[in-house]
Write a protein that binds this ligand. Sequence first.
Ligand code: PAF
Length: 282
Amino acid sequence: MKTVQGIKEVRKQVEKWRRKGLTIGMVPTMGFLHDGHESLINKARKENDKVIVSIFVNPTQFGPTEDFAAYPRDLKKDEKLCKRAGADLIFNPEASEIYIDDASTTVNVLGLSEGLCGGKRPVHFGGVCLVVSKLFNIATPDKAYFGEKDAQQLAVIKRMVRDLNFNVEIIGCPIIRELDGLAKSSRNTYLSIEERKAALILNKSLKLAKKAINKGENNSQKIFEIITNKIETETLSKIDYIEIVDSNTLKPIETLSSSSLIAIAVYIGKTRLIDNFTVEVK
Ligand code: PAF
């Protein structure tokens, strides 16, 4: 396994693989990798001849008051995980390799990017789409792997790929959780011991909602209230949003339908965490 920083080096390697007729899977990441990323790399390993992992803390997807500077970074540890999971190439560029000072092209997926996290983080999905489209153009993967924890990101990227005819298949992979139910996230590292305990409220509230749905509740307002009431029992929490939407359009729904997404973002102290589940109603 090699780590490279240059676009040219990635292209050269990809060209060599392509000449041999090999398929390429890509796992775009911002590093500080955990079991969730490892599961994506494992899946890419199974489904492709070669696997590229990109590690790039993308400045354009962070708002001015967000945690770009503080975002955790540990390349050595990431390299170990990638090697163990069977990646072939890590692309770890500097921002100057990816972004040209006088660039004037933007990539925005309208509608889908506007609610949920996009409503709270207005520049976020523009930055995600810009960097992901660049990564796809650089590495030209056959398949690319993204976690379902970022459900809106997954929907936005799928739409971008469809709309712009990128020749890549987007694969969504299940949320990986800690043993106690907290969804794995690089940002969990920000939590103090007390906050780490408090963060369980996200999964607990979603579990309560699931239970109610399994008993037949299909009214979005009722589900919203169940989640809100549970989260509000945790004093360290502050709800950023609770949304019950159609999982394809991401538009709010009044009654749970054939495929609904229940997505939440909650501050635990200063750390913003997200979680979600999709419910199939027959
Ligand atoms: O999900 C992430 O880690 C990032 O948003 C991504 C897709 C790597 C783009 O920077």
